[in-house]
Design a protein around this ligand. Structure first.
Ligand SMILES: C[S@@+](CC[C@H](N)C(=O)[O-])C[C@H]1O[C@@H](n2cnc3c(N)ncnc32)[C@H](O)[C@@H]1O
Length: 204
């Protein structure tokens, strides 16, 4: 049987890549070493690495099919991203050795498709891994003050919760409180197209 590699392509990538890139361009130090959590297809890591060539991107995903997709895209695009790591945000140990340092952690569209424990793990490890003033960048749909910001987000949330009762669009204020408990201070909330937010924290 012919082997066909796994290569994913998310339609949302084509819509959100440039708005996210503009925020990252404003916030990331030019030579930032970036750890991406929940890289999915790998398209974002490859796009941002190419657009910000002095940065160094380390993609990751716990799903082996996603890691295969990341590797396949990287080969296809001749990308200089690092080979993907298997990181489960909830895991006690992320398997990052002491010698590996990151200036920023980027996590796009994970929070609403994982249980709260994954977000808690993300915050805990970000706090441990990042240096002072290191950045945690989150992107995705969020509620504000307990309310959906659009009817389409409300319907999306219902659909997510039907698929998995532990998933769903989180309240950004709850995410911010969780981050504060882990020494991550909110720097900015930026409204993005299609009712998404970029939420940026700095390690205190
Ligand atoms: C909706 S996709 C987003 C993928 C990509 N960031 C994007 O925006 O296209 C969610 C991703 O989260 C990953 N994921 C699920 N549980 C996770 C966990 N506990 N830790 C890290 N990533 C997780 C999935 O494998 C999947 O690739």
């Amino acid at each position: 049987m012919e082997y066909v590699e796994t290569i994913y392509a998310h339609p949302s990538f084509n819509r959100n890549r440039d708005p996210i890139l503009e925020v990252l361009r404003d916030w990331l130090p030019p030579t930032a070493r970036v750890l991406e959590i929940a890289s999915g297809s790998g398209q974002h890591a490859i796009y941002f690495q190419a657009a910000l060539p002095a940065t160094k991107w380390q993609p990751s995903d716990p799903d082996p099919d996603c890691r295969e997709s990341i590797t396949a895209w990287a080969e296809r695009k001749k990308s200089t991203i690092s080979p993907p790591l298997s990181i489960d945000a909830e895991a006690e140990n992320w398997g990052i050795s002491g010698g590996e340092n990151f200036d920023a952690i980027v996590c796009i569209n994970m929070i609403h498709t994982t249980p709260r424990s994954s977000t808690d793990g993300l915050m805990k490890h970000a706090s441990e891994l990042l240096p002072k003033d290191g950045l945690l960048f989150l992107y995705g749909p969020f509620k504000r003050s307990g309310q959906h910001v659009s009817e389409s987000n409300r319907r999306f949330d219902e659909d997510l919760r039907r698929r998995n009762p532990e998933w769903g669009i989180a309240d950004v204020e709850i995410i911010i409180s969780g981050a504060e408990r882990e020494n991550l201070a909110l720097s900015e909330i930026i409204e993005m197209p299609q009712n998404n937010l970029s939420v940026i924290f700095k390690r205190k």
